[in-house]
Design a protein. Structure first.
Length: 372
């Protein structure tokens, strides 16, 4: 898809990440692109990560929250961090932003992503359709979903039929922070994108739908048998299933990705969002996309496609996971002397300013930059 400068990596760089979430995909992709790979793990995960041949090195820390303590050690090397969902889950926003280790992506976007209200402003400014939001319980005039702040993977979400139902089942939540959102009936489709700051091009990498317990199982019990049985739907993510979108919906999916990238440049100028991101949507019977959320990094649903997806196959003649696509972007940046373009500003110049080549490995050239 990109025009490529041919040749091996100038000197051996390490791609590092925390050993969880999508680390295996990221490190496999990094290895395939010729990087040295490092997983930072907890004792519980050490044997697992060491068991993979593409993981060159493992550093063990007691807890993932201790990761920032490794900073000075990491900064002595030619090393680039690739973040994933666990960076947000285990490190505070401040810790995350304070680290100066070269970091793939733009941390400025985190402020817009972490706050649900700012996220809503971002997506609305991008012209995307969002479920209606209710600020007061007595405004509720349709089924809603009550989302607690800080819930992860749909845990603790509450389906509420109407205002009376809210008063009966959700009024005890008043002390907690939550949002009340129109319940959109449709198929949850999570679209995984990659935006290249080097070429200015957007790619759809893959898509998944989440399989959630118990909401996705309710249809297995006839309605008549559910009657009198006090079941409430819950939205706890259990796994992900691949999905391919009706081709007639693809153009809109692509435009939505372009719109969030474009708008992000107004919100966090000049660079905005780049790299991997995901739009979490629900598609209604009228084929309308409603946006639930944006994740500004690689999401776990991409793990279905370590060997590539039908969409990445359209752009590449080789298996291209999102993890590998990230490594390829870093590699292309190195080969064209534009590393600055793919790293957060906090890491600016660090790699030029005294970092020594990685001593952990001899200079193994990468496989070169493939032609597509
Ligand atoms: P993650 O951080 O893992 O993405 P989350 O806690 O942010 O999870 P959401 O992605 O916001 O959770 O939502 C979890 C699930 O709740 C969705 O997959 C969907 O099934 C359901 N859901 C969320 N918002 C709505 C909505 N407005 N209408 C219908 N269902 C919804």
């Amino acid at each position: 898809m990109m025009s490529k400068a041919a040749g091996p990596l100038p000197s051996l760089f390490t791609i590092a990440t925390l050993g969880s979430h999508s680390a295996l995909q990221i490190l496999k992709g990094a290895k395939d692109e010729g990087f040295h790979t490092l997983a930072v793990v907890t004792p519980h995960n050490e044997r697992l990560y060491k068991s993979f041949a593409f993981v060159d090195e493992v550093i063990v820390i007691p807890r993932y929250g201790d990761f920032p303590k490794l900073e000075s050690e990491l900064n002595r090397r030619k090393l680039i961090l690739v973040p994933h969902g666990s960076f947000v889950a285990y490190l505070s926003l401040d810790e995350h932003k304070r680290m100066r280790t070269p970091y793939f992506g733009n941390k400025a976007v985190l402020d817009w992503e972490a706050d649900r209200m700012r996220q809503r402003e971002w997506l609305t400014r991008a012209g995307l359709r969002m479920p209606r939001q209710f600020t007061k319980a007595d405004e509720i005039d349709r089924p809603v979903i009550v989302k607690l702040y800080g819930a992860h993977g749909g845990k603790g979400y509450l389906f509420v039929k109407n205002a009376d139902d809210f008063a009966a089942r959700a009024s005890h939540l008043v002390e907690q922070r939550y949002i009340i959102q129109e319940y959109v009936l449709g198929v949850p489709v999570y679209i995984h994108y990659f935006y290249s700051p080097l070429t200015g091009k957007l790619e759809i990498m893959s898509m998944d739908r989440r399989y959630e317990s118990n909401v996705d199982s309710l249809g297995r019990i006839p309605l008549a048998s559910q009657e009198g049985w006090d079941i409430s739907p819950s939205y706890v993510v259990i796994g992900n299933q691949p999905i391919s979108l009706r081709e007639s919906l693809l153009a809109e999916a692509f435009e939505m990705g372009e719109a969030v990238v474009r708008t992000s440049r107004e919100l966090c100028p000049p660079r905005g969002l780049f790299g991997a991101f995901c739009l979490e949507t629900i598609v209604t019977p009228e084929s309308q996309f409603f946006l639930m959320e944006i994740s500004a990094r690689i999401v776990a649903g991409t793990n279905l496609f370590i060997d590539g997806s039908p969409y990445s196959y359209l752009n590449y003649d080789e298996p291209m996971s999102t993890g590998r696509r990230i490594a390829r972007e870093i590699k292309n940046a190195l080969l064209s002397n534009s590393l600055d373009l793919v790293l957060d500003q906090s890491s600016r110049l660090r790699l030029d300013a005294g970092a020594t080549p990685d001593t952990a490995a001899v200079a193994v050239p990468g496989p070169g930059v493939p032609t597509n």
